[in-house]
Design a protein around this ligand. Sequence first.
Ligand code: PBG
Length: 340
Amino acid sequence: MSAKTDTHLPWRRPRRLRRNPVIRGLVRETRLTPDRLVLPLFVVEGTDVSVPIGAMPGHARLSIDRVVARCEEGLALGVGAFALFPALDDALKTPGADVAVDPDNLLCRTVRAVKEALPEAYLATDVALDPYSSVGHDGLVAHGEVINDETVEMLARMAVLHGQAGADMVAPSDMMDGRVAAIRAALDSNGLTDVSILSYTAKYASAFYDPFREALESAPVDAPDVPPDKKTYQMDPANAREALVEARLDEEEGADVLMVKPALPYLDVIHRLRQATSLPIAAYHVSGEYAMLHAAAERGWLDERKCTTEALLGIARAGADVIFTYSALDFARWYREGSA
Ligand code: PBG
């Protein structure tokens, strides 16, 4: 450890590897490319419809034709994967979330339309009951509780319908116990062995989902016998070890990819899962994370491009292979311009 010179000058100088863009490029540890990103999209009924989402500037609920156009734009920019979420009319929502298992529901029609127009678009569908539920929970509610096993049966039926419509990947975001095994079994027994499962493995009961719930008008309703929040199924933000329990179960049950959500407040969880499994890890840079950056950028307080790029890079550096982000197309444009 002793200095090799007589002077007090430092012997080791890490700054040598930061002197110019070429050497920085040579030693760069993490590279972010658009092909690691998944763009979430919200679908509504109608034609040529675009309904802005207040807390998500640049994002809107889009009719199927517009979703197809957005996917085409993504593909041209090198973003080939899309996560689809249906924003249903309130009149279609029921306590039993019946429309979730209608093979002609908005989500299934969207999958068919996108696949027909753009067979190369990779589609991940959301499997949870909240977009279809009049009480705003990811599962069925009975006697004031979100009931697990009855919900899992419905989720498995949903996943089969999504697979039959042409989804490449189903993404259970509900946090019920045992749903990955049930979905895998249902897919396989229906000949859908090629449909993969991205499990929302460590999904936290986070306050960062509010803009998304605004987009789908899917927040839990304030009513007697309806749990006021999702804390009995989504994870406690204080827990990280528990994420390893969920990860082991999802892996045993047959998940292909494990997700951590949200991303930035849970980088340690991404890192731990990265070390605990050889499966690919995904992270969801959620609506509230997007809203924070954009609100500051709109005020001129932060540089949107630089801060978004840094945030996505941090998520990748923590260990996420795949990143779900509302900034996917923005990043792809910056990347193409050489400014990301
Ligand atoms: C619900 C679901 C949520 C998100 C994805 N799926 C919200 C919730 O759990 O209440 C949030 C995504 C985001 O905030 O961007 N199944």
